[in-house]
Design a protein around this ligand. Structure first.
Ligand code: NAP
Ligand code: GDD
Length: 374
């Protein structure tokens, strides 16, 4: 008779461990997470978070013509015993299947996406292949594996699904009205995740995350474009920052707080969907002013609409708006209510927008100062 009895999982002060009992000996087996999108902003913070929780972390990276692992290289060097990178691509269902069957993860996080809203209008077909069909590829792979009962699945949903918002603040009950190929593709994945949960009894949950930023944010998203642009202007490395709609409003949090929520979403008893947000809303213009303040720069605003410009103390234009950065259909204002996450996950954001701006500015300014000195 086999003396090993699998006893399931226990929750020890958030440290989730699977264990097997061998009469006198308890073997602690580390949980395994498989993260699609490990090289992105969230993937890198989630990897750090899971390693601290004693997971073995397997990440999927794409083949690219230049290095794309800069956000996780430091982890690889420090924790190489528990951190593994594999080649794969969400659009390649064979690679998704074989990775899942090879790794046999306890948890899968689908953070992989063509995540730029404006770019999704230029490459809608590609965006749908990655952001919609890619999620379906994972769900099908889990379903056809022998691990449908074991694997917990997290899908990175987005406030962009609310788009032209039908109520404010937005909750889990607010109907979707996506406004871009990105938002529509993510809505498909949201519904597929819910459908597989209801059809096959899978542990599959959606996070509906509002904008979250960090010093690791992609450089073409507005917050990072502003922290980089103004740092360079302050250092005399750039003359002007050209932006799109500076009146749009977002609910901005810090990526570190949001990856914790992603993990908590998979630690609940029952799979479910959660809005993750700060319930605070600011305009892009307000964000610019916060960054300028942090850099001790003065910006004087003059004009209205597309003609509104930001001037420095010497009356030089340092910020202007261009139609080039407007989207064919805009999402004007997003504001999330994370009450359900607070109640069920005991989650709330810890890092304020001012602290976020301070950290982003410090890192970007220092980087360009060092570059200048070289
Ligand atoms: P990100 O920095 O753009 O990272 C996207 C990741 O997906 C990168 O690792 C990228 O790899 C990978 N990827 C892209 N196409 C892929 C493919 N075909 N196969 C496999 N991997 C692929 O995004 P993020 O800000 O970390 O966001 C993480 C997820 O949350 C995304 O799904 C995003 O849509 C969603 N989300 C983000 C926010 C936010 O405010 N940040 C809010 C709501 C939802 P490369 O490094 O090779 O490009
Ligand atoms: N990127 C960008 N560049 N956005 C600009 C610019 C600019 O020069 N000027 C103004 N904006 C405005 C956009 O029109 C938008 O209203 C707002 O700034 C935020 O734009 P992004 O930072 O590109 O983010 P996003 O809100 O479109 O999308 C991000 O958040 C979503 C969650 O709501 C992405 O991370 C998505 O992947 C994510 O799902």
């Amino acid at each position: 008779m086999n003396k090993n009895y699998f006893l399931g999982s226990v929750n020890v002060d958030y440290l989730q461990l699977s264990y097997s009992y061998d009469f006198n000996k308890v073997n602690i087996i580390m949980k395994k997470a498989l993260v699609f999108g490990i090289t992105g902003q969230d993937g890198s913070y989630l990897a750090e978070f899971l390693l601290k929780k004693k997971y073995k972390v397997h990440g999927v990276k794409r083949k690219s013509s230049s290095f794309n692992t800069s956000r996780v290289d430091h982890i690889y060097e420090k924790n190489n015993k528990n951190f593994f990178l594999h080649y794969g691509d969400l659009t390649d269902s064979l690679s998704v299947n074989s990775l899942i069957n090879l790794i046999k993860p306890d948890e899968i996080y689908n953070l992989a996406a063509q995540s730029h809203v404006a770019v999704s209008f230029k490459i809608p077909n590609y965006t749908a292949n990655v952001d919609a069909i890619g999620c379906l590829n994972i769900l099908e792979a889990i379903k056809s594996s022998r691990m449908i009962k074991k694997i917990k699945f997290y899908q990175a949903g987005t406030s962009e699904m609310f788009g032209k918002v039908l109520e404010s603040p937005q909750t889990e009950k607010t109907p979707f009205y996506p406004r871009s190929p990105y938002g529509v593709s993510k809505a498909f994945s949201y519904w597929m995740t819910k459908n597989y949960r209801e059809s096959y009894n899978m542990f599959a949950s959606n996070g509906i995350l509002f904008n979250h930023e960090s010093p690791r944010r992609g450089e073409t998203f507005v917050t990072r474009k502003i922290t980089i642009g103004l740092s360079k202007i302050k250092l005399g490395l750039q003359k002007k920052l050209v932006l799109g709609n500076i009146y749009s409003k977002r609910d901005w949090g810090h990526a570190k707080d949001y990856v914790e929520a992603q993990w908590l979403i998979l630690q609940t008893k029952k799979p479910d969907d959660f809005v993750i947000a700060t319930k605070k809303q600011f305009s892009v213009k307000y964000f610019i002013n916060l960054v300028a303040k942090e850099l001790k720069m003065k910006i004087f605003w003059r004009g209205k609409g597309l003609n509104e410009k930001g001037y420095d103390e010497n009356n030089r234009v340092i910020i202007e708006c261009s139609k080039k950065y407007f989207r064919p259909s805009e999402v004007d204002a997003l504001l999330g209510n994370p009450a359900k996450a607070k109640k069920i996950l005991n989650w709330k954001p810890k890092i304020s927008i001012k602290e976020l701006v301070k950290e982003m500015v410090e890192i970007d300014y220092r980087k360009f100062l060092n570059d200048k000195k070289k």
